[in-house]
Design a protein around this ligand. Structure first.
Ligand code: GUN
Ligand code: ZN
Length: 494
């Protein structure tokens, strides 16, 4: 049982939680964004991150601190909080990312965790091995074994009340991610970053990212706070939160600003290509794009970084509100429409609907059917799964139209859910709002519901009265079920 992370609200796999960070004496509301601070190049001072952006937690790199002599001495002397001018929670990374970039670092888990403790970090990190995507299974297994050993070493080190990360590796092998998650959850470590996803993000492989997170989540427990290591683009936050990620760190806001790049929730733009700002943050209300281009390089970078952070935090707030209202998946659908790679991510997500269904609330405010992918949402799966709770008997009409007294029972049919007893018509998710012009997936999914109901009740005789379903849907209706098309005058209910 982890008592430092409490869930307050849930929607699909997403949650609003409260992470208690004892060493900092603060709690952090999740989903949370941790701005990355490079102690050598501070684009926006931490004090401003707290005051202007509401940052409750940030992340910096203990390996960079340790290997930069004057910064190291200052950090050891003053402590991180004083040195950076930040009273919130501070997470530190270990140098593993440098290990992945340069192939070698000069420290060990024992040494760097002790150092993180000594400079006053609130959440430290062992030296895990960030195994890249697509490596051989053999390499992924070997490196995972090393990461597991490092976590066990970390467990044995006395770091007082500093929390410790237990990174989950396993490359692009979902079963290894699951195994790594289960192992990490068994340690007494505290926060669970899904590691080595940066190469997936850089290549816009959001579908693979979803599969990797889904694997890790299967191994972890529901009460494990999960960090998506190195993921800082606001475009994919809703997707990652819906999969169950709680923490994000963003170096993107500063790195992109250095390159003149402007973040939006629909993707990245270059300042040179913008005639208008699609944003009303303080930066975008003060300047026109042309004016921003005229600033000195240094000022332009700072203003762009500020805008990038504004949209990033704004998206986190929007996601939290969506979880509160139970429409996180609607937000994910909206984001999915901004880039084909995001659509892949969402299509991968609905393939994990059964896994998300485990945490998805039974009742929410509303269900908006917004795309053919909506037909595979967890709520639809759950409805069809639970058809085994009913036992319709005799001659049963399943109808999209009016009911008939000629039958022993008369049920409603609504795509994408399929059949349900009339009495349920006012219960979520059967109150869903649907477009008049439905897609094939909605009808096919409803037909799958008819099929399941018929298979669950082999003794019952069903008649389906549908409003002109496509052939592909009717092909899914079992032979034993009669069907009539309500829109054809020649076809009448008996
Ligand atoms: N930063 C980005 N990815 C990783 C990772 O896999 N491990 C660590 N320690 N830091 C990271
Ligand atoms: Zn802006």
């Amino acid at each position: 049982m982890r008592d430092h992370f409490e869930l307050r609200d849930v929607d699909a796999g997403g949650r609003i939680g409260e992470l208690t960070v004892p060493r900092a004496g603060v709690t952090v509301e999740t989903p949370a964004l941790l701005p990355v601070i490079n102690p050598n190049i501070i684009t926006i001072p931490p004090e401003r991150l707290a005051e202007e952006f509401g940052a409750e937690i940030l992340i910096t790199n203990s390996y960079i601190i340790k290997t930069t002599e004057d910064v190291r001495e200052q950090a050891l002397e003053e402590g991180l909080h004083e040195m950076l001018g930040f009273d919130g929670a501070i997470m530190t990374d270990s140098g593993s990312f440098q290990l992945a970039e340069y192939g070698k670092i000069d420290t060990t888990t024992e040494e760097i965790l002790q150092f993180q403790h000594d400079i006053g970090s609130d959440i430290g990190t062992p030296v895990d091995i960030p195994t890249p995507p697509d490596v051989s299974r053999e390499r992924a297994e070997e490196e995972l074994a090393t990461t597991k050993e490092r976590l066990e070493v970390a467990e044995g080190i006395d770091v007082g009340d500093m929390l410790v990360n237990a990174p989950v590796q396993g490359s692009t092998y979902p079963d290894l991610r699951e195994e790594a998650g289960a192992h990490a959850a068994e340690t007494d470590l505290d926060v669970f970053p899904v590691g080595a996803v940066v190469p997936l993000m850089n290549d816009y492989r959001y579908g693979d990212m979803v599969d990797v997170v889904a694997g890790a989540k299967r191994g972890l427990d529901h009460d494990c706070p999960v960090h998506l290591f190195g993921a800082g683009h606001p475009m994919m936050f809703a997707l990652a939160v819906a999969m169950g990620c709680d923490l994000f760190d963003s170096a993107a806001y500063a790195l992109y600003a250095r390159d003149g790049r402007y973040l939006t929730v629909r993707g990245t733009e270059h300042l040179d290509d913008l005639d208008y700002f699609p944003c009303s943050c303080p930066v975008c209300t003060e300047y026109e794009p042309a004016e921003l281009r005229q600033l000195s390089e240094r000022e332009q970078e700072e203003e762009l970084a500020a805008h990038n952070l504004h949209v990033t935090f704004e998206e986190i707030r929007r996601i939290k509100q969506a979880i509160r209202q139970g429409n996180l998946l609607e937000l994910v659908e909206e984001r999915a429409r901004s880039h084909p790679a995001m659509l892949d991510g969402y299509r991968a997500l609905v393939q994990h609907s059964a896994q998300l269904e485990e945490t998805d609330p039974v009742s929410k405010g509303s269900f908006f059917y917004l795309s053919n992918e909506s037909a595979a949402r967890p709520e639809v799966l759950r409805h069809q799964e639970r058809l085994d709770r009913f036992s319709p008997e005799g001659e049963v009409l399943l109808t999209e139209g009016s009911h008939s007294k000629e039958y022993d029972e008369s049920w409603k049919v609504v795509p994408p859910f399929g059949p349900f007893p009339k009495a349920l018509r006012n219960t979520y998710p059967l109150t869903a709002e649907l477009p008049d012009r439905l897609d094939r997936d909605a009808y096919e999914r409803a037909a799958m519901g008819v099929k399941r109901l018929a298979e669950l009740n082999p003794e019952t005789s069903f008649t389906l009265a549908h409003a002109d379903w496509p052939k592909s849907a009717l092909a899914l209706v079992p032979d034993g079920v009669d069907h009539v098309n309500l829109t054809e005058r020649s076809e009448r209910l008996p």
